[in-house]
Ligand binder design. Structure first.
Ligand code: ADP
Length: 478
């Protein structure tokens, strides 16, 4: 089915309502006019009958004989008064007076009772008349009076009125159509404007905005809402572009290191040991690259919310004890001590055990990497219906102004760079993603060269855990 534009539909309805109004108004006016025209004619006729009554009453009793009355009528009505269409009869049907016109065009006398009045339209001698027939009683003597007026003039007025109405109606409709079209196109002009600008917005000019309307109506709300939406899409788009650029940049370094190492090794013939050394370097860089790619992948997955959490109930204390075993060995290699402080027997928590392990791995890995001497402490306890995990170290620390930035992707604090410690700046972004997926929170407290404390709060119940939306992370970053 063909659909019409809002503008044409509005014009059509405007026209339809206008036409209906015009028909109702026209018909109404015509009937009112007709009713009044007939009322005036009938009032005139009734007045004429009253004249006849007054005339009869004014007669002297000696004139009561029918012949005398006839003479009186002849004298008065045929000569003085407007008696052109008058006839008066007595009770026996004897004509008291009959105007010359009615003598030529006889008017039938209806049988009516005393006091009865009858109005009717009649055609006499090719003309239409409004006729009144009334039975009257003058001093005990009954008469029937009939008089009429030609209706031609009045009917002409009615006919003219109808003709003008019918002539003006199409003209008014045309004017209404033009005005309706103009009004609807004026009201909808901002929609066209929005459509035209929206059509030109693409990935390359996402910073463009729709024309700011100042109409203060629904259309302004629509354009403002669309502009807000564009702003959100733009910031997401910019973030993704930056992420891609940063990721490529990060990947370029290890790949070019591998390439240089291989090129140097191949430049001339070398002994087996030299080759082995080169291969070891290449392997190390390749391993670093795999770790980086793995991190990028998990961030990309979090963004697309494809990795739904595999929530199960497990004992957090037991899981932490298990993880601590591996990390204690690693800490010992770096001459650090790992203390694990578990408060309480068992802490059942509904979460994705893989994600929680990854979170602890990131925090413990950072704690060990950014600590030159001293120890690391891992504490777990239940507090106000939440699992509280604390990772404390006595490392290089983070300056207060950088503490809020370290959760951003690829951000690396100055202190870490000054100490020449490697890293891509992705670990904490992933950790924050995991925590948010679990509707928890992550905070840092730190003093430069004294150490840092990372505090994680996770809800115990699985009810609150839902798929992580990249939107959350987006807002956290801006
Ligand atoms: P990276 O791979 O660089 O460690 P992260 O996202 O894990 O990436 O950390 C971001 C930055 O936060 C690090 O570069 C470092 O500057 C700082 N940081 C993280 N953990 C610690 C810590 N335990 N002590 C000091 N600085 C830290």
């Amino acid at each position: 089915m063909k659909t019409f534009s809002i503008g044409s539909r509005l014009t059509f309805w405007y026209l339809a309502i206008f036409a209906a109004g015009q028909i109702i108004f026209g018909c109404g006016m015509w009937f009112i006019l007709r009713h009044n025209v007939y009322r005036i004619m009938d009032e005139n006729l009734a007045g004429e009958v009253q004249d006849v009554i007054r005339f009869l009453e004014a007669q002297k009793p000696k004139n009561n004989a029918i012949d005398r009355l006839r003479e009186e009528f002849e004298e008065t009505y045929a000569l003085e008064r407007q008696g052109d269409y008058l006839q008066v009869l007595d009770a026996h049907g004897e004509v008291v007076y009959r105007s010359p016109f009615l003598r030529e065009h006889p008017l039938v006398v209806p049988s009516i009772q005393f006091g009865q009045v009858r109005y009717e339209d009649r055609e006499l001698g090719g003309q239409t008349f409004r006729i009144i027939s009334q039975a009257i009683d003058v001093r005990g003597r009954p008469f029937v009076v009939q008089t009429g007026i030609p209706t031609r003039e009045m009917l002409t007025i009615l006919w003219l009125f109808r003709r003008y109405l019918l002539m003006l109606a199409p003209l008014m409709l045309v004017i209404a159509a033009v005005v309706g079209h103009w009004l609807s196109s004026r009201a909808l002009a901002p929609v066209d404007l929005i459509t035209r600008t929206a059509r030109n917005i693409s990935a390359s000019n996402l910073s463009n905005r729709l024309e700011k309307l100042k109409t203060g109506d629904e259309l302004q709300r629509l354009s403002d809402t669309l502009n807000d939406m564009l702003a959100r899409i733009e910031s997401a788009f910019v973030r993704i572009t930056e992420f891609t650029a940063d990721a490529s940049h990060e990947l370029r370094t290890p790949v070019s290191l591998i390439r240089t190492e291989a090129e140097i090794a191949l430049r001339r013939q070398r002994g087996e040991e030299e080759y082995q050394e080169s291969l070891r370097h290449i392997l190390l860089e390749a391993e670093n690259t795999s770790v980086l790619v793995e991190k990028l992948l998990s961030l990309a997955r979090a963004d697309s919310s494809r990795d739904a959490l595999r929530v199960s109930e497990f004992d957090l204390h037991a899981a932490i004890k298990e993880i601590a075993v591996e990390w204690r060995t690693l800490a010992t290699i770096r001459n650090l001590e790992l203390h694990v402080n578990i408060i309480g027997d068992e802490l059942l928590i509904s979460a994705d055990i893989g994600a929680v392990r990854q979170l602890l791995t990131i925090l413990l890995d950072n704690a060990i990497r950014y600590t030159q001497h001293g120890g690391i402490e891992l504490c777990v306890e239940e507090k106000q219906g939440k699992a509280l995990i604390k990772v404390c170290d006595s490392g290089i620390g983070i300056s207060p102004e950088e503490q809020s930035k370290i959760f951003e992707r690829f951000y690396r604090a100055t202190n870490a760079r000054n100490h020449g410690i490697d890293g891509a700046g992705l670990g904490l972004a992933i950790a924050q993603g995991i925590v948010q997926q679990h509707h928890g929170s992550i905070k840092v407290q730190s003093h430069v060269e004294m150490g840092s404390v990372f505090l994680v709060e996770l809800p115990l119940s699985a009810m609150e855990v839902t798929a992580y939306k990249s939107d959350h992370q987006m807002r956290a970053h801006h």
